[in-house]
Design a protein around this ligand. Sequence first.
Ligand SMILES: [Zn+2]
Length: 220
Amino acid sequence: MPTFAHLTYLPNLARIDEDKRHMEGFVHEAELCMKLGIQNIVIHCGSRRDKEKGLDMVSKAINDVNQRYSLGILIENSAGQGNTLGGRLSELSQIFEGIEMKDRVLLCLDTAHLFASGYDIRLRSTWDTILEYITDRFGSEKIGLLHLNDSKTDLGSNVDRHWHIGQDKIGNDTFEMILNNMRFENIMGVMETPKVDNMDEENMKVMRSLLSPLVSRPSS
Ligand SMILES: [Zn+2]
């Protein structure tokens, strides 16, 4: 079973040229992954007013870590809040263009972020468009992980507020469609819903109830 770490929010990879602590933070956590035997790390693209420069810096940061460590890097899409990069798949594609070891880099798609940044993932046609775009720009099997979260905020709001599965704007029908989409059959999913009461258990129950019995999956 593959393992995934998540880079903390402090390093802003879009500004590695302005403050060396951003790159140092990334390298430090990549090093920790190696020591702990974690094969992959999920990163955010950071933020920068000058988007072009920022996207270029993210590619550079990834290239630097790829040179030093044999670690899978997953670039996560963002909600597109403020100057945050990675809200559009085209921005992720631009970062990917600048990457030297493309075989080590995958995407992590967050449902709440996609929705908040304007992708209406309640529609199957939107998923078809997203998957076609990713295959075209990144290659086949380049989605390495799904972050499965409902969204408290509206479509296109650009505000990032994760919520419990099926209890807000995205809804159960969407998660049912994702879970039973054969194109995601071998992709792992992680929920990043608020940690209150026994909601982790509840969210898991909801997810299991949405799974079609026709799709075989590991029981863990
Ligand atoms: Zn996420």
